[in-house]
Ligand binder design. Structure first.
Ligand code: XLS
Ligand code: NI
Ligand code: NI
Length: 437
């Protein structure tokens, strides 16, 4: 098929010495690392919205499309089908094993939900065939509950219950489609589930409504027998001033309160962690510690800009600590690494999108390879084991089994305990990591 992405047949691994800008230099999909192929560790995905829907607008550009793509004009449903063809052509040329979508990315919105659903059905019926032909799989589907004006005050947390109901109906349809397309996960990003001002907001009621919404999604998942994982994508703000799903720890507290901690995990986005004032590895480690690490939205922010710039990852060194946490967790399971990333608006040509993904995937692969070598050496684990070695002794085990203050006080006196400070060896460990970069 000929589309705007026909500039290259198939993007392949050529190795670090290659100077071919349309080849992978680090992403060698079938290379076995720590017992399984790289592609199974990364499970990379390309997203629909940034690639095929965004036309280069920013808040200062009025009207019109900056990017010229044939599917940006014409009869909406025919254009959506043309866009689908281009999307699958794009995934295949990149040898991208997974894709992700919002309902409103793939099909136009109608005047009623019935009409919107019919449009979505028409395009996703063809997407199912495309997936079969190409072997490209669905990492996750999601409903767009933040673009239409009705969602300006939130979806599940909207003051109007009719909006809650409408959002629920939308999620039901997309969840069922995600199941039908064999999606590995279903994502809920609470774009406007938050507030602009507390002056008009019943915070406690909104949290309860959000809890009810999520519980209903969980119930429906079990009712239809969807096997994928439900994921909440934390973000601290933007578009709302304050978003309820601030970060991993906040989401965990929310899940616990509504009894859903065994049902829902998190989809962590690199730059959302930064916006929350965390490092990305902090978010990954926290979610892993709480048992809710699900999937990753790979991108990066800009140190000087405080918003979600969604740039492609290009610094493998920065990602090594997070990759190490993922390896220690045993991988992402059904999750993967979705490029929630877009080209800069001056990158107007289709090749820019291909090259963005090539660089992004190479960055992830390289970071993973560094982290795997570091992990395999065992040197870091040995240093950490040594640091915590007291906890496998008698006293440590006793405390973990639930020692009381009385008991511990008498031990300190009886044994004459007088613990001394020991070096945390941070610089030694930083130097050790640098040997693997
Ligand atoms: C926006 C989010 C969004 C989700 C999917 O910041 O990252 O793109 O990933 O709704
Ligand atoms: Ni984002
Ligand atoms: Ni995202």
């Amino acid at each position: 098929m000929n589309t705007v992405y026909s500039i290259v047949d198939s993007i392949r691994y050529e190795g670090p010495q290659s100077s071919n800008r349309l080849a992978y230099r680090w992403y060698d999909a079938q290379r076995v690392v720590l017992g399984k192929p790289l592609v199974e560790w990364l499970r990379p995905a390309a997203c629909y919205w940034h690639n095929f829907c965004w036309a280069g607008q920013d808040p200062f550009a009025l009207g019109g499309n900056l990017f010229e793509r044939p599917w940006f004009s014409g009869e909406p449903l025919a254009a959506a089908q043309m866009k689908l063809d281009a999307a699958f052509d794009f995934f295949q040329r990149l040898n991208m094993p997974f894709w992700c979508f919002h309902d409103r990315d793939v099909a136009p919105e109608g005047t009623t939900l019935r009409e919107s659903n019919a449009y979505l059905d028409a395009v996703l019926e063809r997407a199912a065939l495309k997936m079969q032909d190409s072997g490209v799989q669905l990492l996750w589907g999601t409903a767009n509950l933040f673009s239409h004006g009705r969602y300006m005050g939130g979806a599940a947390t909207n003051p109007d219950p009719e909006v809650f109901a409408y959002a629920a109906a939308q999620v039901k349809h997309v969840l069922e489609w995600t199941q039908r397309l064999n999606g590995a996960n279903y994502v809920l990003w609470g774009g406007r589930e938050g507030y602009e001002t507390l002056l008009n907001t019943r915070l406690a009621a909104e949290l309860d409504h959000y809890g009810r919404f999520l519980a209903a999604v969980v119930e429906h998942k079990h009712k239809i027998g969807f096997k994928g994982t439900l994921l909440i994508e934390p973000k601290p703000q933007e578009p709302t001033k304050h978003q309820y799903d601030y970060d991993s720890a906040t989401v965990y507290g929310f899940l616990k309160r509504y009894g859903l901690e065994g049902e829902v995990k998190v989809n962590l986005e690199v730059n959302h962690a930064t916006l929350a004032g965390h490092s990305f590895e902090h978010e990954v480690a926290t979610a892993a510690a709480l048992g809710i690490l699900g999937s990753i939205d790979a991108n990066r922010g800009d140190e000087q800009l405080g918003w979600d710039t969604d740039q492609f990852p290009n610094n493998h060194v920065a990602l090594v600590p997070a990759m190490l946490e993922i390896i220690r967790y045993g991988g992402l399971g059904a999750g993967g690494m979705n490029f929630d990333a877009k080209v800069r608006r001056q990158s107007i040509e289709p090749t820019d999108q291909l090259e963005g993904h090539i660089g992004g995937l190479d960055t992830l692969a390289r970071a993973f390879l560094c982290a795997a070598a570091l992990h395999e050496s065992g040197e870091l684990d040995r240093a950490v084991d040594e640091r915590y070695s007291g906890w496998s002794g008698e006293l440590g085990r006793h405390i973990e089994a639930g020692a009381s203050l009385d008991d511990l006080a008498s031990r300190v006196h009886q044994l004459g305990l007088s613990p001394q400070p020991r070096s945390g060896r941070q610089e030694r460990l930083e130097n050790l990591v640098n040997r693997y970069i």
